[in-house]
Write a protein that binds this ligand. Structure first.
Ligand code: NAD
Length: 475
């Protein structure tokens, strides 16, 4: 099966380029299509289009913006099967996961459409004869960068925030998974979005970011991806005094307290860990389990993981597809070998499954020393690490010991322990007795090196707006 060849989308036109890159299906390593590579002239055109798009869209009423966003989301819901199929082909995840991703992407548009019409400014109490008024205005054209793990919902999050606020956007989605964003653009064209408001580019990532970020027309940057690339883009943005929203790596800890149900926690944890083959920035990964529950937790986790069916995401029996690229296979194998060489116990999995396709099995390591690389480096794949702890304090200290702080989880039946986890864990998103880190209506983002700023929730439009204070003397 093939995807259609992916073009750039600039100023309302689908543009072909001389150069293209292959798009590979991770389930069989076959080329399934190509993606356009933007040249400087394409990027120039995208900047001009976004500047014109901003002029039109920033003057469009919030109600009209919301109407178009809701219509586009409704179209994407109607096209869910077509969109899900292309996500599975380019990314590998199961069709069911791809459908859930499309729904989540639509929820981002629907929530932010609502925010567009209720992102109020305020009137500050003042002396007679003068008025102080605070306005939220769209910041300007945005350069957005989205990764390959959620080909549709990652672009959706950035496009939704920018468009709801009244900004235009040039989005560079992943060259490895380019079609998710094209389905969004098609739906917006059909919903009546003016040309230039949404533009898609693909190509050489560093060339694109180094062209767009310095351009004076571009007023804000939004990136999701790895911490090293995020730091590089933040430095570049700072050089041009541009705000940078950064949603970066995590290495989410899970604290299983002495009073938790070890079987329920083990089942919930293994059910979540292998979703999207673990390629989720909030994926629960470092398990710190009270020693009194440790064996029962490990057994429940192992038994649940054994039910995962690895295979082609198009097969309805499959519950976990391949990882998205061969970089993940190499990284996972290295982390497992390093941990084993330092004395960790391999509970299951650990090496590539087949020679064809990027299949890596559900994997868990136990009893790891602190110096194992995987205790510090995000595996970004189907790999969990499980260690016993003697107390909640030890668990919280270990959870906080890394420079990351995106999501953190806890299992407990005690209100007091829930409170200690909520206040003690350093992360932008804490979930107790659930492994859902965020929904469209809640703010999402990290602390420490996991990022800057928030997407979603009522905070989601802040990055895309500037605050203007008006002092008006009434004559
Ligand atoms: P990578 O660091 O090379 O790339 C990460 C993303 O950044 C990709 O989408 C890539 O296209 C983009 N990118 C890279 N250099 C860029 C540049 N100079 N300008 C603009 N964009 C650029 O790594 P990778 O192998 O693709 O992914 C590995 C790591 O990335 C994972 O281990 C994980 O930590 C992180 N990641 C995080 C998320 C997330 O949701 N936070 C998503 C995907 C990857």
């Amino acid at each position: 099966m093939q995807i259609s060849d992916v073009r750039l989308f600039i100023g309302g036109e689908w543009r072909k380029t001389k150069e293209t890159l292959p798009v590979i299906n991770p389930a069989d390593e076959q080329m399934i299509g190509t993606v356009a590579v933007a040249e400087t002239s394409d990027l120039e055109a995208a900047v001009s289009a976004a500047a014109e798009g901003f002029r039109v869209w920033s003057r469009t009423s919030p109600a009209e913006r919301a109407r178009i966003m809701l219509k586009a989301a409704a179209l994407m819901r109607e096209r869910i099967e077509e969109i899900a199929l292309s996500i599975t082909l380019e990314n590998g995840k199961t069709l069911n996961e791809a459908r859930l991703e499309v729904i989540r992407g639509c929820e981002f548009f629907e929530w932010d459409a609502g925010e567009a019409v209720r992102f109020y400014g305020r009137v500050i109490p003042s002396a007679p004869g003068i008025r102080y008024i605070v306005l939220h205005e769209p910041i300007g054209p945005v350069a957005g960068f989205a990764p390959w793990n959620f080909p549709m919902s990652q672009p959706a999050r950035k496009i939704a925030g920018a468009l709801a606020a009244g900004c235009s956007i040039i989005l560079k989605s992943s060259e490895e998974t380019p079609t998710g964003a094209t389905h969004i653009a098609r739906a917006f064209v059909d919903a009546g979005l003016p040309a230039g408001v949404l533009n898609l580019v693909y190509g050489i990532p560093s060339r694109i970011s180094e062209f767009l970020i310095p351009r004076p027309e571009i007023r804000a940057i939004a990136f999701t991806g790895s911490t090293p690339v995020g730091k590089h883009l933040t430095e570049l943005a700072a050089r041009y005094m541009k705000p940078a929203l950064m949603e970066l790596g995590g290495h989410a800890p899970v604290v299983v307290c002495e009073d938790a149900d070890p079987v329920a926690a083990g089942i919930a944890s293994a059910s979540r860990k292998y979703r999207n083959a673990g390629q989720v920035c909030t994926s629960p990964t470092r398990f710190f389990v009270h020693e009194a529950l440790y064996d029962r937790f490990v057994t429940a986790f192992t038994e649940t993981a054994a039910k995962v069916r690895v295979g082609n995401g198009l097969d309805p029996e499959t519950t976990m597809g391949p990882v998205a690229n061969n970089r993940r296979i190499a990284a996972l194998e290295e982390l497992v070998a390093d941990a084993q060489s330092r004395g960790a116990r391999l509970l299951f999995g650990g090496s590539r499954l087949k020679n064809n396709g990027y299949f890596f099995p559900p994997t868990a390591l136990a009893d790891l020393p602190d110096d194992a690389r995987v205790m510090r480096e995000e595996p970004f794949g189907p790999l969990a690490v499980i260690n016993p702890v003697v107390s909640i304090d030890e668990a919280i200290d270990k959870a906080n010991s890394l420079p990351f702080g995106l999501a953190a989880y806890g299992f407990t039946n005690s209100v007091a322990n829930a409170d200690r986890l909520m206040s003690g864990l350093e992360a932008g998103n804490i979930s107790i007795n659930t492994l859902e880190a965020s929904v469209a209506e809640t703010p999402f983002g990290g602390v420490k090196e996991s990022g800057l700023g928030r997407e979603g929730g009522t905070e989601g439009l802040h990055h895309y707006t500037v605050v203007k204070n008006v002092s008006c003397r009434i004559l």
